[in-house]
Design a protein. Structure first.
Length: 765
C-alpha cells in the first residue's frame, strides 16, 4: 500500500544518512517496547549501533561529524550521539514529537492514530530502500581541496594572461562543476556553475550551487557558493543570495539594509549547522567583493596556508547544502522566478498548508512516478504497456506537442485523459480539456479566437486554457489539451499559429543577464512570442486579458489522429514539431484487470508541472552534462541522414535537437536502454517523413532496415518471391536480431506495402 502523504517526501532532502537511520532507530525501539513514545537513550543506542556495525564491516558509512569529537564511530561516546540526532529530529519535526524533557521521542499522536501496523512496516521498508539507494551511490574520485588550491595558486598569474580560451578558465567553468556534481549529495535538481568573469578576469571568481526550483541566476535568489578573495589567500563557502537584481531595484544602500534584515530572518530558521553566522567575511575592496560580503548569511572560511583535509571540506560542503535544502524545504519548492523576482516577499507557508499543493518530483523519483501512473491507468480498466507510458512521457518532456496515431478505438484519447488524471489534471479542476476538431476548420479562429463585428475579441477554447494556465496561482499545475481527431481538418491551416509560436520558446530574459561568459544558459520560465500584441486589441478588458499572451509553459497539447480515407495527411512541417506515437499493435485478449478487494487503488498525486516541462530548449542547454551521449546520438543521425538524402527526406537541426533531448531525458531518468530510446525516435521522428512510389524510396527503406539489423541480413529484391523472409515479422514469427527492432518492424511493413501496392507511407489506411 502507498505511504500516507505526510511520509512520502520525508527523505526528499537528506541530511547524509542521519534522517534514515533515525527513523529506523525509532521504529526498532517501538518494536521492542510496543509504545508510540520510546526512550531517547534507546534510540541513541540503535542509532550509534547502526553506524558502528557498518563501519566494522568496512561498508560505506558517513563519518561522525566534528561535534562528537571522534574520527570513527567506534570511538563515539553515547552521550555525544544526541548532537548528531538533533539536526534530523528538527528536520522531521512535521512527524516527530519530542516532549520538553527530551527523555522520549515518537511520532505525533494525531498521525500515529491514523496509521496501522502495515503503515509502520511499509515505512520501515521504504527507509531501508532509501538507505540502500543512498549508500549505493559511488564515492567521489577527486579532491575538492586540490581543485580549490589549484585556483588559488594559479589565478593571479592567469589574470596577467589573455582571458579568451584560458585553460584555468575552462577548469573553473567545466572541470570543477563536473567534480562537484559527481558528489553523492549534489542531486540532479542542482545546477553547478563556475565563473572567472565575462570577457575579462573577475576580481572575485566563484562556483555556485543553485537549486533549479529556487533560482536560475547568481544575480538573484538563494544559493551556496565558493567565493575567492581578491588576493587569493582565502576562499569562503557561503550561503548567500544574489546581489545584482535587488541593487538595481533599490539602490546599494537600501539593498544592503534589506540583505541584513533578511539574513537575520533566515538565520533564525536555519537548523543546527557548523557554518559561521556571526562574523562578516572579507573578500577585498572592489564593489563586487563588498556586495558578496553584504549578502552572505553563513559561511566556512579557509586560508591557503591552513586548508583542512579533503574529507573535512567535502563534509563542510555537505553541511552547507543541507542547510540550504532545509530552508528550501521550509519554504516549499517554488518555481524559480517566483523566488528570484519576489525574494523580498518570500512566502512562509509550507506546501501542506496550501489547498492545491503539488509535489515536486526529483529525477530519481520519475521512474516510480511513471509506474504509479501506469498502475492508475491499469486499475481504471485500460491496459497500455509501461514502455508506452515512458515513451509518452519522454515525448511530452522533449516538446509539449505530441501526436497519437492509429486505428479507431485503440484508446488514444483515453491514454491522454488517464495520464492527465494520474498527475492531478482533471476535467473537474479545469486542468484537462478535450477539444473536438471539426472538418470545417480552415484557420486558427475556431481554436484561438477572433474579433467580432464590434471589434470585441471572442476567445476560442484553446485561448481560454492559456488564460487560465497563465494565472500566477496556476503556474505550478500542468494543463492538458487533447485535440481529438486532429486531422479531420488540415492541421497546417488551423494550427499554424501554434506551431510558429512553439518555435519562439526561450528562457525569460535570456537576452539580458542570463547568459554567462561560459555560454551556460540559466533556466527560468519558458516564454513564447504573443498570440496577439496588446495594441491589436480594442478594449482595455481584452488587452489586459489576452494582450501579449503566449503559450504558457505549463500547457501540453496532445493530438489524436486516425489515418484513413476520411482524414488529411500530415506535412513535414507538422511531423518535425511533434513525436508521433502509433497505436496499431492490438492484442484483443488483453482484458481489463479486476482489482482484488485487498488491493488499494493508486491515489492521484498532483505533480508540479516541472515534471513535464522541458529543461532544454537548445542543444547547448544539455551539452555540458551529456556531451558524450549527444555526440553518439548525433553520429547515428548523421548515418541516417546520409541515407535519407537520396530522396531529399533528410532532417535538420530541429529534429536533431529533439532526438537528443529525448535520449538525454531517458538517461537522466533511467527509463530504457539507449538503443531502445533511439529506436523509438527513429520510428517516431524519421520514418513518418518517408512516403512515395519511386524505386529510390525502396532503396532508402532497405538501407535503413540494414542499419536497424545486426549482422549482414540479406533483404530480397521486389522481383524475388521470398515470402518466408517477410513472414518473420508477422505475429508469432522470430525476426532477425536487430539493434532497433521497432523501427525494423515498421520498415518491413513499409517495404512490403511498396512492393505490393506500388506506394508506401508510414501510416496505416
Amino acid at each position: 500500500m502507498p505511504l500516507p502523504s505526510e511520509l512520502i517526501n520525508i527523505f526528499t532532502y537528506k541530511q547524509k544518512s542521519y534522517k534514515m537511520v533515525l527513523i529506523l532507530s525509532i521504529l526498532d525501539a517501538m518494536k521492542e517496547t510496543g509504545q508510540r513514545q520510546v526512550s531517547m537513550i534507546r534510540v541513541r543506542e540503535h542509532f550509534l549501533q547502526c553506524f558502528q556495525e557498518r563501519e566494522a564491516k568496512s561498508l560505506r558509512v558517513d563519518g561522525p561529524p566534528s561535534q562528537v569529537r571522534a574520527s570513527r564511530w567506534a570511538d563515539v561516546q553515547l552521550n555525544r550521539v544526541q548532537y548528531v540526532m538533533n539536526t534530523p529530529i528538527k528536520a522531521l519535526s512535521s512527524i516527530l514529537e519530542v516532549p520538553s524533557d527530551q527523555y522520549t521521542i515518537g511520532f505525533k499522536q494525531e498521525l500515529y492514530d491514523q496509521w496501522d501496523q502495515q503503515v509502520l512496516d511499509e515505512l520501515y521498508q521504504f527507509t531501508l530502500d532509501e538507505l540502500e539507494l543512498y549508500y549505493a551511490q559511488p564515492p567521489s574520485s577527486f579532491s575538492l581541496r586540490d581543485d580549490l588550491l589549484h585556483m588559488m595558486t594559479n589565478y593571479l598569474q592567469a589574470k596577467t594572461e589573455p582571458f579568451r580560451a584560458h585553460l584555468l578558465g575552462q577548469y573553473m567553468r567545466k572541470t570543477i562543476p563536473e567534480h562537484i556534481k559527481s558528489l553523492q549529495f549534489i542531486y540532479n535538481y542542482f545546477q553547478v556553475q563556475g565563473s572567472v568573469g565575462q570577457g575579462n578576469w573577475a576580481n572575485v571568481p566563484w562556483i555556485a550551487i543553485m537549486h533549479r526550483q529556487v533560482t536560475d541566476s547568481t544575480q538573484k535568489g538563494l544559493y551556496v557558493t565558493y567565493l575567492f578573495a581578491e588576493d587569493m589567500r582565502s576562499v569562503y563557502l557561503v550561503l548567500q543570495y544574489g546581489v545584482t537584481d535587488l541593487k538595481n531595484k533599490l539602490g546599494t544602500k537600501k539593498a544592503y539594509e534589506h540583505f541584513e534584515q533578511k539574513a537575520r530572518e533566515i538565520r533564525a530558521m536555519m537548523p543546527n549547522t557548523r557554518m559561521n553566522t556571526e562574523d562578516p567575511i572579507y573578500l577585498g575592496e572592489s564593489g563586487y567583493a563588498k556586495d558578496y560580503a553584504a549578502s552572505t548569511i553563513a559561511h566556512f572560511h579557509y586560508e591557503i596556508e591552513d586548508m583542512p583535509n579533503n574529507e573535512q571540506m567535502v563534509d563542510d560542503l555537505w553541511d552547507a547544502v543541507e542547510t540550504y535544502l532545509s530552508y528550501v524545504q521550509r519554504m516549499g519548492a517554488a518555481p524559480s522566478n517566483e523566488w528570484a523576482n519576489n525574494f523580498e516577499e518570500v512566502v512562509t507557508e509550507s506546501p501542506e498548508e496550501e489547498p492545491d499543493s503539488v509535489v515536486f518530483v526529483r529525477d530519481i523519483e520519475v521512474k516510480e512516478t511513471l509506474h504509479n501512473i501506469q498502475e492508475y491507468i491499469s486499475q481504471r480498466g485500460f491496459y497500455f504497456p509501461e514502455s508506452l507510458t515512458h515513451n509518452f512521457y519522454l515525448s511530452m518532456k522533449s516538446r509539449p506537442f505530441v501526436i497519437l496515431a492509429g486505428i479507431s478505438g485503440t484508446g488514444k484519447t483515453r491514454l491522454v485523459r488517464l495520464f492527465a488524471e494520474a498527475v492531478g489534471a482533471t476535467i473537474a479542476n479545469g486542468q484537462f480539456h478535450l477539444i473536438s476538431v471539426r472538418p470545417d476548420w480552415s484557420d486558427p479562429a475556431d481554436l484561438i479566437g477572433y474579433k467580432d463585428l464590434s471589434g470585441n475579441f471572442k476567445p476560442g477554447p484553446l485561448m481560454n486554457v492559456f488564460v487560465e494556465a497563465s494565472k500566477e496561482e496556476n503556474r505550478r499545475k500542468p494543463y492538458f489539451v487533447c485535440l481529438d481527431e486532429m486531422n479531420l481538418a488540415r492541421v497546417e491551416h488551423y494550427f499554424s499559429d501554434m506551431m510558429s509560436l512553439l518555435e519562439t520558446q526561450a528562457w525569460q530574459d535570456s537576452s539580458n543577464d542570463t547568459q554567462q561568459a561560459d555560454n551556460t544558459m540559466h533556466r527560468g520560465r519558458i516564454v513564447t512570442a504573443p498570440l496577439f500584441a496588446t495594441d491589436t486589441l480594442n478594449t482595455e478588458e481584452d488587452q489586459s486579458r489576452y494582450g501579449n499572451l503566449g503559450i504558457p509553459e505549463n500547457v501540453y497539447i496532445v493530438g489524436t489522429v486516425n489515418m484513413d480515407e476520411t482524414t488529411y495527411p500530415f506535412s513535414k512541417r507538422v511531423l518535425d514539431r511533434a513525436n508521433t506515437i502509433e497505436f496499431n499493435a492490438i492484442d484483443l485478449m488483453q482484458l481489463p484487470r479486476i482489482a482484488e478487494d485487498s488491493q488499494q487503488l493508486v491515489e492521484v498525486v498532483p505533480v508540479e508541472q516541472s515534471f513535464l516541462r522541458s529543461d532544454y530548449l537548445q542543444l547547448i542547454d544539455a551539452l555540458g552534462d551529456y556531451e558524450d551521449l549527444i555526440r553518439r546520438t548525433t553520429e547515428q543521425l548523421v548515418q541516417v541522414n546520409h541515407i535519407l538524402e537520396d530522396i531529399h527526406a533528410h532532417v535538420g537541426f530541429r529534429i536533431r535537437d529533439a532526438v537528443c533531448f529525448y535520449l538525454v531525458y531517458n538517461e537522466r531518468f533511467g527509463l530504457m536502454t539507449e538503443e531502445a530510446a533511439f529506436d523509438l525516435q527513429l520510428l517516431q521522428k524519421i520514418l513518418p517523413r518517408i512516403q512515395g512510389s519511386q524505386s529510390g524510396v525502396r532503396r532508402v527503406l532497405v538501407d535503413l532496415l540494414k542499419l536497424c539489423l545486426t549482422g549482414n541480413t540479406r533483404i530480397p529484391s521486389p522481383l524475388e518471391d521470398d515470402d518466408a523472409f517477410w513472414r518473420q515479422w508477422s505475429r508469432g514469427g522470430t525476426p532477425p536480431a536487430a539493434r532497433y527492432p521497432e523501427s525494423a518492424r515498421k520498415l518491413v511493413y513499409m517495404i512490403r506495402r511498396l512492393d505490393e501496392d506500388g506506394f508506401t507511407s508510414y501510416w496505416v489506411s
